[in-house]
Design a binder for this molecule. Structure first.
Ligand code: GLC
Length: 557
């Protein structure tokens, strides 16, 4: 494919970085991170190699679900700054070639949103149909997303004696997307932020968002919810040309393709690969690459504009809901042995380094994989320095502690008194005095320097984002050997999930005589025999990225 055809599909080889302004950097020392603080760190992110920032919700909120409960879709939470501060961040990011996307949380609002206040006030309110109301409690209730915290998805509202739908917490009533007036509002919200300079959205809870009333009886549904998603994508396309919808769809493989729009690829631009993420942890626990290899091989094939977003950790619990009970137990036993490291019976509240007991070899192998798996990598803030979680913060939010910039007690996040911080700083072996940006930034052997190298190499290897992918046959179960191929070139990546060094005989398909495989993360190379075979050494938990250099190739390595 020609460069000119593809240059505008910027997300195909982006580096996405997710952060919450509230916990990133507090510039006015009130204990809460702010846009002025983020502006101070745009150069840090550019230096890391980030090309797309994903901002978690920054809208006005009663903050009962960390900002995913919104009272004004057009506003900026005053604790974080105002629109001017946000626009300043957008300008600075743009100046450094960085895009910005933000969470679009329109499955629901906060129960404090003026629409819901009006909706619940009377059955004749003009806003009544902005939400999903039922006179009687529907039988066949779907399960709640938050077992142990919520008992169902319908809540009786005393004032009118009817039930409203809440797929998440009861203080997050679901918007009624069957209502054309709601759809118009959602389009306006998107249009507003796009006009201000966002390059798209991370779309929250997509399957719940586009579904109709789950209490509807057969024949009473509103049609195909995917038509609605298609119309949103078309709207985004008309407004921006190259904006993206990065969707949260934690569903089995069979269903994922439909959220891309089937073969038309006219719905979500990108989806997080929840399946590969979960199988990755199973592979780590078993020291067996097979579960991950199978997960990658089972991906539906995507048309050119669509893309997978790879991640090892996000801001929620590390969900293992798509593993079997026995598989989940294996991962729990390996990485979350205590009950209080788990949540909702399906997930882990720890970050990767603590799960791996800080073993630098395994941590580096994991990130080497993240950046070499076919797709677009997504980092959650603090991963680049190996931050741990703070288990004093309850449940899922344990991983949302303040970013650690310096060795000082508040980690350089804020000069406010510790008790005034929006969330407590990590206070154990992963505390700022042990894990921080300042000390890792100029240290060539640090995790931060390593991640920077991975990002730089990933950005020089467009075949990772663009290419076809194949797992190479080899006899060692602990090893994942894969090749990504695009017209620009090919790269082979080797990852050892086990502690023992291995020596592998590999055959790289379709290679000309005299082809060399040149290491990209270190110096070294292997010359293949005329039939494409070579021998590769890999340390315990080792990793190698190798560029395929055919005779006469001008590809940089
Ligand atoms: C998504 C978010 C999660 C939030 C929920 C409700 O799953 O990732 O953090 O609680 O939606 O908005």
């Amino acid at each position: 494919m020609k460069k000119t055809d593809t240059a505008d599909l910027w997300w195909k080889n982006a580096v996405v970085y997710c952060l919450d302004v509230e916990t990133f950097l507090d510039w006015n020392n009130d204990g809460v991170g702010d846009f002025a603080g983020l502006a101070q760190r745009i150069d840090y992110l550019a230096e890391l190699g980030v090309t797309c920032l994903w901002l978690m919700p920054f809208y006005p909120t009663p903050d009962r679900d960390d900002g995913y409960d919104i009272t004004d879709f057009y506003g900026v939470d005053s604790r974080l700054g105002h629109h001017g501060d946000l626009v300043e961040v957008l300008r600075m990011a743009k100046d450094r070639g960085m895009r910005v996307i933000a969470d679009l949380v329109v499955n629901h609002t906060s129960d404090q949103h003026p629409w819901f206040k009006a909706s619940r006030s009377s059955v004749t309110s003009p806003y009544r149909d902005f939400y999903v109301w039922r006179k009687d409690l529907p039988t066949n209730q779907p399960e709640t997303v938050f077992p142990g915290q919520e008992s169902g998805v319908w809540e009786l509202d005393e004032k009118t004696g009817e039930y409203y739908l809440h797929r998440f917490y009861r203080h997050q009533p679901d918007l009624n997307v069957e209502n054309p007036a709601v759809r118009e509002e959602i389009a306006k919200i998107m249009g507003f932020w796009l006009e201000l300079g966002l390059s798209g959205f991370r779309v929250d809870a997509v399957p719940f968002f586009i579904e109709g009333d789950p209490g509807a009886v057969a024949g009473d549904e509103y049609g195909d919810p995917h038509d609605y998603l298609k119309s949103l994508r078309a709207f985004l396309g008309r407004r921006t040309g190259d904006g993206i919808l990065l969707g949260e769809v934690n569903l089995p493989r069979e269903e994922q393709l439909t959220y891309f729009g089937g073969e038309a690829f006219d719905e979500l631009t990108m989806q997080f690969d929840f399946v590969a993420m979960q199988k990755f942890y199973l592979s780590l626990a078993r020291e067996d690459a097979a579960p991950l290899a199978e997960a990658l091989a089972s991906r539906p094939r995507l048309g050119q504009p669509a893309q997978w977003a790879n991640f090892l950790r996000n801001h929620d619990e590390l969900t293992l809901d798509q593993l079997s009970d026995a598989e989940r137990d294996e991962v729990f036993t390996a990485f979350a042995p205590d009950e209080d490291m788990r949540v909702f019976g399906r997930g882990i509240i720890r970050r990767l380094p603590t799960m791996l007991s800080g073993d630098p070899r395994r941590i580096r192998m994991a990130y080497s994989l993240l950046f070499s798996m076919p797709g677009t990598p997504v980092l959650f803030y603090g991963e680049e320095i190996g931050m741990g979680e703070n288990r004093d913060i309850s449940g899922r939010e344990a991983v949302r502690s303040p970013m650690q910039w310096t060795p000082e007690p508040n980690g350089g996040f804020s000069n406010a008194k510790p008790r005034r911080l929006t969330a407590p700083v990590v206070d154990d072996g992963y505390a700022p005095r042990f894990v921080n940006v300042a000390e890792q930034r100029h240290e060539p052997g640090s995790l931060l320097s390593f991640i920077r190298t991975l990002i730089r190499t990933y950005r020089n290897s467009s075949e990772i984002g663009w290419g076809d992918f194949e797992v190479l046959d080899q006899p060692n179960r602990a090893v994942l050997a894969h090749v990504v191929s695009a017209s620009e070139g090919r790269m082979v990546a080797l990852h050892n999930f086990g502690p023992d060094p291995v020596s592998l005989e590999l055959t790289i398909p379709d290679t000309a005589a005299g082809t060399r495989l040149v290491d990209l993360l270190t110096t070294g190379e292997v010359t293949l025999s005329d039939d494409g075979a070579g021998r590769f050494e890999l340390g315990g938990y080792g990793y190698r990225w190798l560029r395929v250099i055919e005779p006469g190739s001008r590809r940089l390595y």
